[in-house]
Design a protein around this ligand. Structure first.
Ligand code: G3P
Ligand code: CA
Length: 286
């Protein structure tokens, strides 16, 4: 299921040509994108298609799949009683009608919460999904970029994630459709030891703007991806990451201009709340 995904290279052309055009279809766009402007670009639906549906819910993941994202990104944490769930913050306060730290609540308590109404009344009743529910619903349909969120709060979470993947044979070699990433780099080293055939990624906040070639080489001993805050991405950084034999998927694009800038810098993928900012042009697999 190879796809060529393109964005329009050249902010000026893209934005001025389509200003005032209500709904430009990908087919129309493809006719003005020259072959030279096409490059394979991986499209990651951040927390699901979180520009359109409440983040880290099944509604957002289904929307990302429908919009033909290559991957859905999920934030994985653990409840008090050891259930792996998808939620971004370390408390339930912002994205549900409950309060409290994720790790201080049981799964049953969290499952009763409404994780959709905060985003819009049409999403009332959305639940916080489990990691295993997401794997079972989307494995083989769309890639899954698994972020271990604050794993230092959840001792043993790497093992639990590994078990869930192994039970489903998702730990096999050459399985590029599962990637594990974290801002906690020690956690990624632990996880890579448990799952040596699963690609791993190092997330890097803005404080990594001056990451050195030596640091990238060290990351590359266990990571296949260096995924930074988009604001620190430069041509040089992209070149250095590639030189270290890793790929680069910056986060988090929320506008067309941001996606175009990242495209121009030559990144391998874009983590975005708006999948539609990266246009898809299906091509036949060889
Ligand atoms: O995929 C990377 C990105 O999700 C990291 O930032 O805070 O949205 O989890 P955050
Ligand atoms: Ca995330």
């Amino acid at each position: 299921m190879k796809r060529i995904v393109t964005v329009l290279a050249g902010v000026g052309i893209a934005m001025s040509s389509f200003a005032g055009t209500a709904a430009a279809e990908p087919a129309e766009l493809s006719s003005i994108v020259s072959k030279q402007e096409q490059q394979k670009m991986i499209n990651v639906a951040h927390r699901g298609a979180s520009g359109h549906a409440p983040e880290n819910t099944m509604a957002a993941f289904h929307k990302g799949f429908e919009m033909k994202a290559d991957y859905i990104e999920i934030d994985v944490q653990m409840t008090k009683d050891g259930e792996l769930i998808a939620i971004h913050d370390t408390t339930v306060d912002r994205t549900t009608n409950g309060t409290g730290a994720v790790g201080s609540l049981t799964f049953e308590e969290i499952r009763q919460l409404d994780a959709g109404s905060w985003f819009g009344p049409e999403f009332a009743g959305e639940k916080v999904p489990t990691f295993e529910e997401i794997l079972d619903a989307f494995r083989g349909k769309v890639g899954i970029l698994i972020e271990l969120k604050a794993p230092e709060l959840y001792p043993g979470i790497e093992e639990k994630v590994a078990e869930a993947l192994m039970e489903r044979n998702l730990h096999r070699p050459n399985n590029e459709k599962i990637i594990i990433q974290s801002f906690n780099h020690e956690s990624m080293q632990t996880s890579k030891e448990l799952l040596p055939n699963v690609p791993h990624g190092v997330l890097a906040g803005a404080s990594w703007a001056d990451v050195t070639e030596e640091q990238l080489a060290e990351f590359a001993t266990y990571a296949d991806y260096f995924n930074p805050n988009m604001n620190i991405v430069t041509h040089d950084l992209v070149a250095d990451v590639h030189e270290a034999d890793m790929k680069i998927y910056p986060y988090t694009s929320r506008s067309q201009e941001q996606a175009l800038r990242l495209f121009d810098l030559g990144v391998d993928g874009i983590i975005t709340d708006y999948t539609e900012h990266v246009y898809h042009h299906p091509v036949k697999s060889k």
